[in-house]
Design a protein around this ligand. Structure first.
Ligand SMILES: Nc1nc2c(ncn2[C@@H]2O[C@H](COP(=O)(O)OP(=O)(O)OP(=O)(O)O)[C@@H](O)[C@H]2O)c(=O)[nH]1
Ligand SMILES: [Mg+2]
Ligand SMILES: [Zn+2]
Length: 297
């Protein structure tokens, strides 16, 4: 039997079936070869893969996952240039600790982070308040209303030509934002329906090629997220506004939590770093210390 070999990017993976798009734009339905499963190499959306298709066969096989630039477990995606962390100004109440966790995981994976505050039409004051908390914490937050279109142009410019994943709480408006950005028609759902069904409207990750050579990745929201386990002293390295003061504390290394003569705590006291963002950092730090101690249990 003749076989053809190809390479492509995984757009979606559901129930062990993957859709990959090759350079010509053709899509292929693939399954993972047994050897990948034995190696516990589970392909992720965004992976570049090599595949084999038997002549006349509808479905091919993924033979190899090409080296990854980066990868995340939640959401389970690979080779992302930028992660847009989407929070709603209202409805649902923004969970900024969840947003911080997403940012930490992305930064540790070497992925750029862009905070997007959506639903500004519902509560503009709250949206600006959230943006203030992230002063110095990476690029300026982008405030949008996916419903009215306000700010969407600025976000489109920021994501242009890159592979961008939107991640965040269920109901924050990730799918609605992608629809507004690119004139698409992804399924969206109001909060009462989500609660009724007890789950997300978007149920799997999906990578969508868009005009201008970029790709956008819609992900299911979640309400709980654990940060990966790592040495707690590294946590501060994922907070740009803390890293900016690195080396200026009396104690070295400094956790920037309760140490005396800590440059970060002094910046918080002067109002240069937001106290709520710092308090959430301390909360994650305590959690990470606990999990680091328990890591062999
Ligand atoms: N008022 C207002 N409502 C919005 C806005 N953006 C989204 N919504 C609404 O918020 C609800 C949730 O939007 P979705 O796009 O489904 O949210 P999601 O983040 O994709 O949710 P999951 O797929 O469950 O993770 C829908 O009813 C949207 O119409 C906005 O800017 N303003
Ligand atoms: Mg969605
Ligand atoms: Zn310090």
């Amino acid at each position: 039997m003749r076989e053809t070999e190809g390479q492509g990017v995984i757009l979606q993976g559901i129930g062990g079936f993957y859709t990959a798009r090759d350079a010509s734009g053709a899509e292929h339905i693939l399954r993972a070869q047994g050897k990948l499963r034995r190696e516990r190499m589970k392909p992720k959306v965004g992976d570049r893969v090599a595949f084999i298709c038997g002549e006349g066969e509808e479905q091919g096989w993924i033979s190899r996952v090409l080296p990854r630039k980066n990868a995340l477990t939640r959401p389970p995606v690979a080779n992302i240039d930028v992660m847009a962390v989407v929070v709603a100004a209202a409805t649902p109440q923004p969970d900024l600790l969840l947003a911080d966790r997403l940012m930490v995981n992305a930064r540790r994976a070497g992925i750029d982070v862009q905070l997007v505050v959506n639903k500004c039409d519902l509560d503009g004051e709250q949206a600006r308040e959230i943006a203030r908390q992230y002063r110095g914490a990476g690029p300026e937050p982008i405030l949008i209303s996916a419903a009215s279109g306000a700010g969407v142009e600025a976000l489109r410019a920021r994501l242009s030509g890159r592979i961008c994943a939107l991640a965040g709480q269920s109901g924050a408006g990730k799918s609605t934002t992608i629809n507004a950005l690119y004139g698409l028609d992804l399924e969206t759902g109001d909060l009462s329906r989500k609660i009724e069904r007890g789950r997300n409207t978007t149920r799997s990750c999906r990578l969508i090629p868009v005009a201008g050579g970029g790709m956008v990745l819609d992900t299911p929201g979640f309400s709980l997220l654990e940060t990966d386990v790592f040495d707690p002293v590294e946590l501060k390295d994922s907070y740009p506004e803390l890293s900016a003061l690195e080396g200026r504390c009396f104690f070295q290394p400094c956790y920037h939590a309760s140490e005396p003569r800590c440059a970060v705590r002094e910046a918080v006291a002067r109002g240069e770093i937001d106290p709520r963002r710092h308090a959430r950092y301390v909360e994650l730090l305590e959690e990470m210390k606990q999990r680091w101690r328990d890591r062999y249990d």
